[in-house]
Write a protein that binds this ligand. Structure first.
Ligand code: AMP
Length: 355
């Protein structure tokens, strides 16, 4: 158990790091952010910041020496970075969950090995392989995704017919990829699960998520799924967290088909946008839960206190932030980002009770 005033080192300076730093402060911890970015959202509210590149071994070692435990707020941390850090200090989560989550093929194989269903998928590393894969699983349409480094719908191309394969492959620029059968889903859901070193596990109510252009827009809780679907998704999440020996927090996204099948899509071993509602509508927010898990504290209650809808403020959406202040059932969270760009997550609002 980390004593009060210990320092939690966080790799990454985005909004997830910012909200984690705020939660850590409430529990009496300090945070030290490591990010290449000056004036990052997280460093604005942290005790200390190191601005350096993720491949700067000297800076990484000094950072690890100056903190009591290391964690991260994004999953594309280079594996070598974690290796360097973990030689000096304990990192939570460990390299294993991160390594798997960094690659769509690895995570889907893991799910399959655990008996968890996914959309049909095949690895693709050439145009010929893509065409063969499309013939095999693309009959209802398909999506080609880069195996690594895609986020918010980036690095993805929809393929409707064999003749579209060539252009799609050009867009991938020869990067190792995965072809997935297109799922005509009834809805998309996610599960947020925390696990600590003692093996205590806590899950939240299922999130029902609406995406536009590959970016999460809205999360509703409670979701519209049946208790059976809720149970399957939650049990799958527990199986994955235990398999990974997770210490921290993990978000897992699933598609729910019209027949009520629950298909694993992807996971992220960090707090997740679809869990932002917990800041205002759960006894323990996902950020506090994350800090508790990383600091070796008992996990908190995940009980939901009200119905809630979370809306992201993306790009220009944020310009009308003041209007939310007039609404008694709306909680506003801004990320301290000065530059607005298209598709950039600038903040979010939680509507408590009815929207
Ligand atoms: P991802 O980065 O895998 O979460 O994909 C971003 C969004 O694209 C998802 O949230 C879905 O809305 C959509 N999508 C991704 N994969 C598929 C699929 N196999 N079938 C249908 N829609 C998908």
């Amino acid at each position: 158990m980390l004593p009060a005033c210990s320092v939690i080192g966080i790799l990454g300076g985005g909004q997830l790091g910012r909200m984690t730093a705020l939660a850590a402060a409430n529990l009496g911890y300090k945070t030290h952010i490591y990010t290449p970015e000056e004036n990052s959202p997280a460093s604005q509210v942290a005790y200390k910041t190191t601005v350096a590149a993720y491949n700067n071994a000297k800076a990484l070692k000094a950072f690890a020496q100056s903190v009591d435990v290391v964690t991260f707020e994004f999953e594309n941390v280079p594996a070598e970075t974690i290796r360097i850090l973990s030689e000096v200090k304990q990192t939570h989560p460990s390299l294993e969950p991160l390594y798997i989550a960094q690659n769509r093929l690895r995570e889907k194989k893991m799910a399959t090995e655990l008996g968890i269903k996914t959309a049909p998928f095949l690895p693709v590393s050439s145009l010929g392989e893509l065409e063969n894969a499309f013939r095999e699983i693309g009959y209802g349409g398909a999506i080609l995704k880069t195996a690594e480094l895609g986020y918010d719908g980036k690095g993805q191309v929809r393929i409707r017919g064999l003749e579209e394969c060539e252009d799609a492959w050009k867009e991938m620029q020869n990067q190792p990829s995965i072809l997935e059968g297109f799922v005509d889903f009834a809805c998309e859901i996610s599960v947020i699960i925390a696990r600590n070193e003692e093996g205590q596990v806590a899950t939240y109510d299922i999130n029902e998520n609406t995406h536009k252009d590959g970016i999460l827009r809205v999360t509703r809780v409670p979701s519209s799924v049946t208790p059976d679907v809720e149970n399957t998704a939650t049990q799958n999440a527990i199986r994955i967290a235990e398999h990974l020996g997770l210490v921290g927090i993990l978000a897992i996204e699933f598609f729910v088909t019209r027949e009520g099948e629950v298909l694993f899509n992807e996971m992220a071993p960090r707090p997740h946008n679809s869990g932002h509602w917990t800041m205002d509508a759960a006894r323990t927010s996902q950020f506090e839960q994350f800090v508790r898990a990383v600091a070796g504290l008992p996990l908190g209650s995940t009980e939901r206190t009200t119905d809630v809808t979370m809306h992201n403020l993306i790009g220009d959406d944020v310009l009308v932030w003041q209007q939310y202040l007039e609404r008694p059932n709306v909680k506003l969270h801004l990320y301290g980002k000065t530059k607005i760009t298209e598709g950039r997550k600038m903040g979010h609002v939680n509507y408590l009770g009815t929207e």
